[in-house]
Design a protein around this ligand. Structure first.
Ligand code: NAP
Length: 254
């Protein structure tokens, strides 16, 4: 049995990835496994998909969730053709004013859970399969007012690029997706402490387009997927211009 596994499938880009995989793979994938905490949303999505799907109501910050995933993989022994790690969140605001649990939660979900799911699922991946990791354009440089989130996404980008190189000999591709702001529920959580991202209103992208580019870039075995010209320019600028200088400019834009 060939399957796709998607974390963060109850909303935003994970949900959109599930729909696009459902449409693209008319054959080659037998089941889509959907992971997130909100069961009813996953069940609603499951009913809309043409493929057979399985719902896993898992909180990926809990150790027991990984055991459940391991047990299901062990029981069904599938070939995982595609893994999409989209579960993640960010909280905007200065570190000094924040709750520590929010900050550590970002590290736990964005870095630790993504790494753990990848490690568990890799045992079931076969040649010519793909991993899509949701990083962010926040990974390109440190971000004051979004410090831990940006650092967590820098981890995802670095980890994914190195893993892509390591897995070439197994013919498995890893693509790190690095969008700027996208019109999902992400900002409902990110702005819960009443702080907002200055650039958001200028560069907001549509979920469908970001995910479509990620799917195409993954198909073409690219290690990094960056939707939109402004974010591609940001990627280049962040490589060329000293980050100290860019941090000062960004502080002025706040
Ligand atoms: N939207 C943006 O502007 C943007 C930009 C760049 C990168 N990203 C990244 O893209 C990814 C997808 O974000 P999105 O924009 O689609 O946000 P979203 O709409 O808020 O979706 C986040 C997903 O993560 C899941 N999730 C959150 N906490 C979880 C937990 N403890 N255990 C399991 N699942 C959990 C949520 O499901 P439940 O709540 O049901 O668990 C939801 O399905 C994230 O990694 C985000 O950092 C987003």
């Amino acid at each position: 049995m060939n399957i796709a596994i998607i974390t963060g499938a109850s909303s935003g880009m994970g949900k959109e990835a599930a729909k696009q995989i459902d449409n693209i793979y008319t054959d080659g994938i037998d089941e889509i496994w959907l992971i997130a905490r909100r069961t009813s949303r996953l069940e609603n999505l499951s009913m809309c998909l043409k493929h057979k799907s399985r719902v896993f109501s898992l909180d990926l910050t809990r150790d027991s969730s990984f055991n459940e995933l391991k047990l299901a993989l062990n029981e069904h022994d599938p070939n995982v053709k595609m893994l999409v790690n989209a579960a993640g969140f960010g909280i905007i605001g200065d570190f000094i004013d924040s709750k520590y649990t929010s900050q550590s939660g970002m590290v736990r979900l964005n870095c630790e859970a993504l790494t753990k799911v990848t490690h568990i699922v890799l045992n079931y991946m076969v040649p010519d399969s793909r991993i899509i990791q949701f990083a962010s354009s926040a990974a390109f440089m440190p971000q004051s007012g979004f410090a831990v989130y940006a650092a967590s996404k820098a981890y995802v980008l670095s980890f994914s690029r190195a893993l892509n190189q390591e897995l070439k000999k197994y013919n498995i591709t890893v693509t790190a997706v690095c969008p700027g702001p996208v019109d999902t529920e992400f900002f409902d959580i990110a702005e819960k402490d009443n702080n907002s991202l200055a650039i958001k209103k200028y560069f907001m992208a549509k979920t469908k387009n970001v995910v479509k580019k990620a799917m195409i870039d993954s198909y073409h075995r690219k290690s990094v997927s960056i939707y939109s010209l402004p974010m591609q320019l940001f990627y280049i600028l962040a490589k060329m211009i000293p980050h100290e200088f860019l941090l000062k400019i960004m502080a002025l834009l706040k």
